[in-house]
Ligand binder design. Structure first.
Ligand code: SF4
Length: 481
């Protein structure tokens, strides 16, 4: 992954000023949230299913080495070729090698965030190969030379009007084409690609250790074309995406679809277990599975291992107040939103991505929505602490925190500082309701988009002291407890 040249604050400011983006987010984001809430409300044992999902993922990650070995053995027995890639460069080289050995010219792809992570498309194109994205969202992104901005809805940042203009330019549809007309035009344009492709590249939502299968979940059916029509199928698989057994896969699939799109199950669930057998009517002659590490083993060893439980449903993005205002591109990483700001530094190191853990209000909505209950705020606090320890936080923040730590550990000094701050804030010019509209220095960013609240004239401890002095009964009862 390549960190962008601009700062997060610059990108966030641009996103807030982008009217098209704001329109698209406002129209779409609530549908995902409503869909998920409705889907779980209709499931009486939804919370128990989430508990079960968390246990499955936690146990699977704890025994990842065993599952990988079991998977490799079973996948080979099915006739698949298993490759191991330590990093993105190795993964790209393996795909190119497979393409060269099989005289491939045309490649069709189904949606895969891992292929974005390893920057596969540019490498294939540099290698002289034609690449066609077949997921509708990814197809739009490819036509527009754009990037996905959401892990399950790549063009959530595009309002319908922009898609109409794009298809009008590239596919000749009317400027006011309906969604059905746009979809039909894309289907027609993609059909030839499906029929002429030599190789299909897919991701994998999961791999099943006990059967040696890779599992793809889609709503458009393009995944089935990609994995069955061309003579060679290459599956890009993150090593953490294990479901140890088919039974456990069943639980994870129910959680994934409900959390991602509010469906009880996605429209197409494909379980690929090796290449075509002699009695099969269709299917590829070769199935290559590339197990990709790219930083996952490092993450596994530390306090961010929980980020690997993620099943990439996107629910935490949909509820995040930061993502809902900025969309995905402002993060600068392939993985945006709460899980993105956790998993990106976990996979790629903190140094290039140290701004990202700050892109959160720590409100906890992500954990509340997460189907496998990943404690994202805990990991963000750890990453923020690491940022300060590594000297990567701005000087004013480091000095401010050091000062605060000193004051907070001396009650008299803390009370004095609080009184001083309350008095100063009382004297500052106020807006309606007594809130301050503009703060000086590094606090100015706070008041750019909201007012600074007043500090209470009386602190909690002062009120507590007064109350206990005036009500001895309460004090005695409290002490007795
Ligand atoms: S962290 Fe949880 S909610 Fe977010 S994408 Fe992963 S599984 Fe879904």
């Amino acid at each position: 992954m390549h960190p962008p040249a601009t700062t997060f604050n610059q990108r966030a400011r641009e996103a807030l000023q982008d009217d098209n983006l704001q329109l698209a987010l406002e129209r779409t984001m609530h549908h995902f949230v409503d869909g998920r809430l409705g889907a779980f409300a209709r499931l009486p044992h939804g919370e128990a299913l989430r508990d079960q999902g968390r246990i499955i993922r936690a146990n699977a990650i704890a025994r990842l080495d065993e599952h990988l070995e079991t998977f490799e053995r079973n996948a080979r027995a099915n006739g698949s070729v298993v490759h191991w890639a330590r990093d993105d460069a190795e993964a790209r080289a393996i795909v190119l090698q497979i393409a060269r050995e099989n005289g491939v010219q045309r490649i069709i792809k189904s949606k895969s965030m891992l292929s974005e992570e390893i920057e596969l498309n540019p490498a294939l194109e540099r290698g002289g190969l034609d690449v066609l994205e077949t997921d509708l969202g990814e197809y739009i992104v490819q036509l527009a030379h754009d990037h996905p901005s959401h892990i399950i809805a790549p063009v959530v940042h595009w309002p319908l009007e922009d898609v109409q203009a794009l298809f009008h330019e590239h596919l000749g549809t009317p400027m006011d084409a309906s969604i059905e007309e746009l979809t039909a035009a894309a289907r027609k344009a993609l059909r030839d690609g499906f029929l002429q492709a030599d190789m299909g590249v897919s991701g994998a939502n999961f791999y099943v250790a006990e059967t040696g299968s890779v599992v793809l979940v889609t709503n458009e059916g393009n995944g089935r074309f990609v994995t069955t029509t061309p003579r060679v199928h290459v599956a890009l698989v993150g090593i953490e995406r294990v479901a140890p057994t088919l039974q456990e896969l069943g639980t994870l699939l129910q959680l994934l679809a409900r959390s991602a799109t509010g469906q009880p199950l996605s429209v197409y669930t494909s379980i690929v277990t090796g290449p075509r057998r002699s009695q099969d009517e269709d299917g590829p002659d070769q199935v290559h599975i590339i197990l990709i590490d790219n930083g996952r083993t490092n993450a596994l060893a530390g306090e961010l291992a929980e980020s690997l439980y993620c099943i990439r449903c996107g629910a935490c993005l949909n509820v995040c107040p930061v993502y809902r205002r900025l969309g995905g591109h402002a993060y600068g990483s392939v993985y945006p939103g709460p899980i993105g700001i956790t998993v990106t530094p976990a996979l790629d190191g903190l140094f290039p991505w140290h701004e990202l853990p700050q892109a959160s209000t720590l409100c906890g909505a992500c954990t509340e929505a997460c189907p496998v209950r990943i404690d994202i705020p805990r990991m963000l606090l750890k990453l923020r602490a690491d940022t300060v320890d590594a000297g990567l936080a701005p000087a004013w923040l480091r000095q401010g925190l050091a000062f605060y730590a000193k004051a907070a550990s001396h009650p008299t000094l803390f009370q004095l500082g609080r009184k001083l701050a309350a008095t100063t804030l009382r004297l500052a010019p106020k807006s309606e309701g007594g809130w301050i509209k503009r703060m000086p220095g590094p606090l100015a960013a706070w008041t750019e988009s909201r007012a600074f609240p007043p500090l209470a004239a009386e602190s909690f401890s002062e009120r507590w002291r007064k109350r206990t002095q005036s009500d001895e009964t309460t004090v005695r009862r409290y002490r007795w407890k």
